[in-house]
Design a protein around this ligand. Structure first.
Ligand code: FO1
Length: 337
């Protein structure tokens, strides 16, 4: 929490859809300007898988480590204060070492796997682990039921981590499928939060739209529920100047025949959105955004420091307020924040 700014106590509330490293950065910014009770982070679990008998939930962990101030600056995933003794020994023993689990990260995985084996839900396990990490924010998986993202590539159908880590996102993507979304139920706290009278808006983080956000939106009923509260839904573009800040978003957009820029991202989400934030370096897109029925605003979205994360969070919240006012008082002109 920024000491110079008093938080708004209790209300308003925001639901935040996130996945991956870019998403976690905006969540850190939001956590710096709002009280934990004002935020619900709903996290992609399409990347989850079982490895060496352990339940891996990378996007949940990236967010927990980021909010705990423990995440690796260099890698983005896993912990900063990591050692690799177990992995090195495993390698010597001829075990699987392509997916790198550090010693400290392993402890988290042992705890989660034991929780699930004892009958806890993923939500309950996250709640207990984040307590140990002293993270006060509310973090829920998009569902407690298994959803698995599969990538249909020119090398055949690959599981998410086979594509992402083992094949380093090299195969050409033809299609992405989200197995299990039909049977997956939203975590119950998402319903409760969406029905809250104090809900002020929904924020879609600058995460990969296809790999991190679509799995959340595809969970049975999620899109309809997100339309229900009639509060602004705002997304932040993960593409700046035709490139993703990190990861394969631009490559996948190109391979799926989408426009590789902020306009392509806005069109991808389509009518789900009430507002869109793109980077000020993409100011050349302003005329095109003005021609679209979607209010768009440009600002600095590159989050390198904690101050950058906080500034973007404040801009997103301001934009949501402005859209809410616009709904009451009429159209606002776009501006550079
Ligand atoms: N990403 C890699 O590129 N290589 C790894 O070996 C790797 C291990 C890993 C272990 C735990 C964890 O929570 C994340 C890990 N990641 C690794 C990141 C992860 O695969 C991706 O960042 C996400 O799935 C995409 O959002």
């Amino acid at each position: 929490m920024n000491s110079s700014q008093k938080p708004v106590k209790g209300r308003p509330k925001y639901i935040v859809l996130t996945g991956g490293v870019g998403g976690a950065k905006l969540c850190q910014g939001l956590a710096r300007v709002l009280e934990p009770s004002q935020l619900l982070f709903v996290v992609n679990t399409g990347d989850d898988f079982t490895h060496l008998g352990l339940h891996i939930s990378p996007d949940v962990d990236s967010l927990m480590y980021a909010l705990a101030g423990l995440s690796s600056r260099e890698r983005g995933w896993g912990r900063d204060d990591e050692t690799w003794n177990c992995l090195e020994t495993l390698k010597k023993l001829g075990g699987e070492s392509w997916f790198r689990l550090g010693d400290r990260d392993l402890a988290l995985h042992l705890k989660r796997t034991a929780d699930l084996a004892a009958g806890k839900t993923l939500t309950q396990s996250i709640a207990s682990i984040k307590k140990g990490l002293r993270v006060k924010n509310r973090i829920v998986p998009m569902s407690n039921d298994p959803v698995r993202t599969k990538i249909d590539t020119d090398e055949g159908m690959l599981s998410f981590q086979e594509y992402f880590v083992s094949r380093q996102c090299q195969p050409k993507v033809n299609r992405v499928v989200y197995q299990g979304t039909w049977d997956a139920r939203m975590a119950s706290s998402v319903h409760t939060f969406l029905q809250s009278a104090e809900l002020r808006g929904t924020i879609i983080c600058p995460s990969n739209p296809v790999l991190s956000i679509d799995p959340i939106l595809e969970v049975e009923g999620m899109r309809d529920w997100l339309r229900f509260p009639h509060t602004p839904r705002v997304a932040v573009s993960p593409i700046i100047g035709g490139e993703a800040v990190k990861g394969p978003t631009a490559k996948i957009f190109k391979e799926l025949g989408k426009e590789v820029n902020a306009i392509g991202v806005a069109k991808h989400y389509g009518t789900l959105l009430d507002g869109f934030i793109y980077d000020r370096r993409d100011h050349y897109l302003e005329t095109r955004f003005k021609g679209m029925p979607l209010p768009a605003r440009s600002t600095d979205t590159l989050m390198q420091t904690d101050a950058d994360k906080e500034a973007l969070a404040r801009n997103v919240l301001q934009f949501i307020d402005d859209i809410s006012l616009e709904n009451v008082f009429g159209k606002l002109e776009p501006y550079d924040a």
